[in-house]
Design a protein around this ligand. Sequence first.
Ligand SMILES: Cc1ncc(COP(=O)(O)O)c(C=O)c1O
Length: 464
Amino acid sequence: MNHESEFAQWLNQQRGSQYELHSRYINPAFVKMIKTIGFDKNYVRGEGPYLWDADGVRYLDLLTGWGVFLLGRNHPKVRDTVRQVLDSYSPNLVRMECSLLAGLVAEALIQRMPEGLSRVFFTNSGTESVETAIKFSRCNTGRDKIVYCDHAFHGLTTGSLSINGAEFFRQRFGALLPGTSAIPFNDLPALERALAGKDVAAFILEPVQGKSCEVVKDGYLAEAQRLCKKAGTLLVVDEVQTGMGRTGKWFCFQHWPEVEPDIICIAKGLSGGMVPVGAVVTRPSIMDGVFNSMERCVVHSNTFGQNDLAMAAAYASIQVTEDEKLVENAAILGNYAMAKLAEIGRSCPFVTEVRGKGLMFGIDFARPKDSLKLRLAWDALHKLNYGVFGQMIVIPLLNRHKILTQVAGYHTEVIKFLPPITVNRADMDWFLSAMQSVLDDVQRFPGAAWDTVLGLAKSSLKVS
Ligand SMILES: Cc1ncc(COP(=O)(O)O)c(C=O)c1O
């Protein structure tokens, strides 16, 4: 027996102990939450859009590791590319040289960008891309201030947290970056006011907000770009979640052809989920303004950036996305799923809206207007715990319909769906018929769905 199969065999024997290990060594509160909502499965395999548990039950994964498995899990071509690089004994991370693979990935990204954006800085995560954008903007403008949007999510390291649009995430972590201020999403007059002092380094936004699935209005980005230019502020578009084809274009801002941001943040799906990676794409003037001399040529850097495994996975992922026409698939199946889900939602008095772009979409719920009985049920639940309503959707989706999803964020009713962009019509129909059934059930009060969620809300745990 070779070492590889010995390890796999040994690992198999450990299966089932993960919750106890995490309780003991990693995050007991997380384990408690997962167990409370019955998500403590024993997944043993992932392939394409599916996960399998130890009993051989197949699940449709619409959470995709918070969006990283854009190409589904373990895409054969990405795996094979990574394996080839491993087998080649590549001279990885020499550092005092230039990596060929990083150059090739940079070129592949630039080929999919507007002309003026032709420099790439590689990172290891979404938040690191955002931190990079903050530093590049400050360095180039000589200004400190950053404007961001209410409900924004740009990551959880200290700089990114300073531009997080939810108080919940910021509380208890002390003083954050000075000079940051929030404006309402999609509000151009508010942006104009925020930039009026001509002292803002950057305006950063997600074209589809991850926490709410709100989409920028048609014309918003172009006008924001004009206002930023006028004020000498850089426009930073955070495409960590929306990028790499998810919304039906390579990058979401490309839905509006006149838009050319100054800085674009990328991560998540860039490597098909295989290896942590991120990138910042910007103009030569901005990049060269940071690295403006030989002495300062690594003034912003990271140890693992440009590593061969990440670069190989990224190169293969870009090729697969192109060859398999996955950007087009995201547009077609996203439109299909959103239209059908909106149709299904019309028969459920709790549903207020289905929104999103391509294969990043959500369903939003609110207190029903017409049914007194359902309104009372809603009120009783919200008195106990705000934001627990969504569990009435995600729990049966997993346990009855074998579909993995999650509530979009803390203290929100939105449930977001992030299918892989390789998903097919049959799997979308699996999801849509499950949603029909679950939305029928939430209208039965009293009923089993309400019993479960009222029980959860009464528990001292915050499960939203
Ligand atoms: C838009 C956006 N920016 C940044 C981040 C942070 O990415 P990471 O978790 O890789 O640091 C996320 C993560 O969900 C995101 O959605």
